[in-house]
Write a protein that binds this ligand. Structure first.
Ligand code: SF4
Length: 93
């Protein structure tokens, strides 16, 4: 039990750091090559193929419910806009 406690104590600051990093992730630039490759836009309404879908309703979006922006599994270390969209949009299960 003591070992487990020590491990838990060691992991807690790391988890906090990771959480802080996720919150502080820079926004994906819509004009960057990786964004352009999937036709990412910060405004889903401007994409005629979005069919009303947005990053907020995408299976790859990892932002909290109601968040304005959050991480996307496609773009490691970058946030995308909840109101955005790209051609890799996937329905949530
Ligand atoms: Fe948005 Fe989903 Fe595309 Fe990521 S994969 S940019 S969350 S639509």
């Amino acid at each position: 039990p003591l070992k487990r406690l020590a491990l838990g104590a060691a992991l807690t600051p790391l988890a906090a750091l990771i959480a802080r990093r996720a919150l502080a992730a820079p926004l994906l630039a819509a004009n960057s090559p990786e964004a352009k490759a999937v036709r990412y836009t910060e405004d889903a309404t401007s994409a005629k193929d979005s069919k009303g879908n947005t990053c907020a309703s995408c299976a790859l979006y990892q932002g909290a419910n109601g968040s304005a922006q959050g991480p996307c599994q496609l773009f490691s270390g970058k946030d995308v806009k909840a109101a955005g969209w790209c051609s890799s949009w996937a329905a949530q299960m």
